[in-house]
Design a protein around this ligand. Structure first.
Ligand SMILES: C[S@@+](CC[C@H](N)C(=O)[O-])C[C@H]1O[C@@H](n2cnc3c(N)ncnc32)[C@H](O)[C@@H]1O
Length: 249
């Protein structure tokens, strides 16, 4: 069984990953962005914009979770473990601005008025920062008010305990009442990026619910029946808010 530490993270190729997943925007990602946008807009209705701190855990080469947090945050931290992805994210936050590949997702976000009236590239460069970190080192000492984790806990190891621990570490990094969005590949058997194979733990809606329900209120899981490649059966998007419980890591 491949554990997280066994996978070739230092060889992860972010440009190939973007080619495989995001360069041509899929309707399922647009749908995810819409659902996440509406969840955050509802949670923050009436709140002052730009007042909270957000985190995207295992950000990799995907900017749409961070873009979806922009109106609400004074700072957004992208935590990522693989060095090539850290370098990719640092290029995206540099003064030259993020790649045009991400504009299609901003268009979806802009359908909501909270996402209008500012330049996303300038805001992204101003407030988003990148840090190399291991999800398993989040021990509840550092906390954020808004969080996302996309295709990470299920897509980093074949080990059931590491999946549950990944979810726990993410949820324990959120303050009470923090809105969150977490996405999972359904029944994934692993994935290829360029020459390299990466592990996955097979989850379904019940496993995702089980892993999250001790930490959440208002949990809603969307089952999106869309395949992006052979070797999985769709995607699951969990939306909710952190409850007051603090579970042990
Ligand atoms: C399938 S990719 C998902 C990337 C991105 N979040 C997305 O939505 O496409 C899995 C990500 O988890 C990261 N990762 C793997 N092990 C990690 C760990 N122990 N701590 C933090 N991130 C990790 C990988 O480097 C990679 O970026």
């Amino acid at each position: 069984m491949d554990r997280n530490a066994d996978a070739p993270w230092s060889k992860f190729d972010p440009e190939v990953y973007v080619d495989n997943n995001y360069r041509t925007p899929l309707e399922v990602d647009r749908q995810i962005v819409r659902l996440m946008r509406d969840h955050f807009s509802t949670c923050f209705a009436g709140a002052a914009p730009g007042a909270v701190r957000g985190v995207d855990v295992g950000a990799g080469a995907n900017l749409y979770p961070a873009l979806s947090m922009l109106p609400w945050c004074e700072k957004v931290l992208l935590l990522e473990y693989a060095d090539p992805n850290v370098a990719y994210l640092e290029r995206q936050t540099s003064p030259r601005g993020y790649d045009t590949a991400w504009d299609a997702f901003w268009e979806v976000l802009q359908e909501d008025e909270a996402y209008r009236g500012f330049d996303p590239r300038a805001r992204f460069g101003d407030i988003v920062r990148v840090e190399r970190a291991n999800l398993f080192d989040l021990d509840g000492q550092r906390r954020w008010d808004l969080g996302t984790m996309f295709f990470v806990a299920d897509s980093m190891s074949e080990c059931p305990e590491e999946f549950r621990r990944g979810v726990r570490c993410f949820m324990n990094a959120l303050n009470e009442k923090a809105p969150f969005a977490a996405a999972f590949m359904k029944e994934s058997v692993g994935y290829q990026v360029g020459e390299h194979q990466y592990p996955a733990y097979r989850v379904n809606e019940d496993r995702v619910r089980e892993s999250l329900e001790g930490f959440t209120t208002e949990l809603k899981i969307h089952d999106l029946h869309h395949m992006v490649r052979p070797g999985h059966e769709g995607m699951l998007l969990a939306l909710g808010r952190r409850n007051a419980e603090v579970a042990a890591v």
